[in-house]
Design a protein around this ligand. Structure first.
Ligand code: S3P
Length: 428
């Protein structure tokens, strides 16, 4: 197990780029593979999760090539994928297995998708159930809820699905199946989750659009190849945003970050907490908004985080817990039960690991109550196999009074292999 030691930091200063957005990179790899023609993807995230998706597409006969900054993918069209010879390995990636389940449900071959020991514990019935309603034939352990998933491609038909959870993976899985289904498919959700799939499908020529609380697509269309410029991942930027806020006398500019409104809950919450955050150079690149994010150290106060903002901040709650543990007063997080089925049970993980650093955290069924402190104390903590827990602990270590050791830090390469290099750039 990879142990990393973090010490109290000098002020963070500088101008950085963070790697490409993970959600957009997964989608770019999948959609370009089933498009007609060759797509060039700039700034594709070369981290383990997205490489799992790319490996899966390759195993179904798709030709992909990295040249400098670009990934080129030769699309084979909706009917051009081949039956993979072996089990598809989704690794640690929920997005890979759930989106591919939707795509492969309507192909005319058989395949099995498996993942690592963390992924095999995560719920799959949230996609298996609606896909089955569309006519899909999918089997899994525990009545179809756990991977490995075995999928026998079948003829699908459109449905009108009202999802009980706000989940972009569920929505995207159904919309991918909808492409090969007969008729129209509509997916609605209680609150709007990230909409990268919808934006990319429209940009690639699929007929569809917004409906009340959701999105529809017409089946039987074809995707046109499309060049994609992947913006920096706001979920990766979030670690440096909070680091700059809590390490005194810091000032950091993060360039060209994706600021799609379905992803910027982190900025809204931090600004409400009193953070000095400014956006500059706002622009739109390939249908996705981008901006530079400028952050200066700030004194923070506790807030309530609940309701419809939760899907817009879901992946950033671990690092928000770090900000809350150093804020003045109490932060209450509710309606975030989905955190229990992420790469780890993030309510439990953040409660246990932040408590080891002296933070005051109370675990709730669907969230946490955190009472802020002046500082934290170094200790040995564990990533619990979860990249975002590891990076949240690394940021906590920057202000802890003594050394923090993170066990299992190798999990960071799931989403952000360059994390420690960029951190040391800011400490120079
Ligand atoms: C993702 C959707 C979210 C998010 C995950 C990436 C995506 O998951 O937490 O990191 O790319 O669609 P859910 O759909 O389970 O909310």
């Amino acid at each position: 197990m990879n142990r990393i030691s973090i010490n109290k930091s000098s002020p963070l200063k500088g101008d950085i780029l963070v790697p490409g957005d993970k959600s957009i990179s997964h989608r770019a790899a999948i959609f370009a593979s089933i498009a007609e023609g060759e797509s060039k993807i700039k700034n594709f995230l070369r981290a383990e999760d997205c490489m799992s998706t790319l490996g899966a597409m390759r195993s179904m006969g798709i030709e992909t090539n990295f040249k400098g900054d670009y990934l080129s993918i030769k699309g084979a069209g909706m009917k051009g994928l081949h039956e993979p010879e072996d089990v598809i390995d989704a690794g640690n990636s929920g997005t890979t297995i759930r989106l591919l389940a939707g795509l492969l449900a309507g192909q005319d071959f058989y395949c099995v998708i498996n993942g690592d020991s963390y992924l095999r514990k995560r719920p799959m019935s949230r996609v298996v159930h609606p896909l089955t309603k569309m006519g899909a034939k999918i089997w899994g352990r525990e009545g179809g809820d756990k991977s490995p998933l075995a999928i026998l491609g079948s003829k699908l038909h459109g449905i009108d699905y009202d999802s009980p959870i706000a989940s972009a993976q569920v929505k995207s899985s159904i919309l991918l199946a909808a492409l090969s289904a007969e008729g129209k498919t509509t997916v609605r959700e209680p609150y709007k989750s990230r909409d990268h799939t919808e934006r990319m499908l429209l940009a690639m020529g699929i007929r569809g659009g917004d409906v009340d609380r959701g999105f529809y697509v017409e089946g039987g269309g074809t995707l046109r190849a499309h060049d994609i410029d992947v913006p920096g991942d706001i979920s990766s930027a979030a670690f440096f945003i909070v680091a700059a806020l809590i390490v005194e006398r810091s000032e950091v500019r993060i360039r060209h970050v994706g600021v799609n409104p379905t992803r910027t809950g982190i900025l809204d919450v931090l600004i409400q907490m009193g953070a000095n955050i400014v956006l500059e150079n706002e622009a739109e690149v390939g249908g996705e908004p981008v901006a530079d994010i400028i952050v200066k150290s700030s004194s923070l106060k506790g807030v309530e985080i609940k309701g419809d903002i939760i899907p817009r901040v879901i992946d950033e709650i671990p690092i928000l817990c770090v900000a809350a543990s150093l804020a003045n007063g109490k932060t209450v997080i509710r309606d975030a039960g989905e955190l229990r089925v992420k790469e780890s049970d993030r309510i439990r993980s953040m409660t246990s690991e932040l408590t080891k650093l002296g933070a005051s955290v109370e675990e709730l069924d669907d969230g946490m109550i955190i009472v802020g402190r002046e500082s934290l104390t170094g200790n040995v903590v564990n990533s619990l196999g979860d990249h975002r827990i590891a990076m949240s602990m690394a940021v906590s270590g920057l202000i802890a009074g003594s050394e923090t050791i993170i066990e299992g830090a190798e999990s960071i390469s799931i989403s952000f292999p360059e994390f420690f290099n960029i951190l040391s750039e800011l400490q120079r």
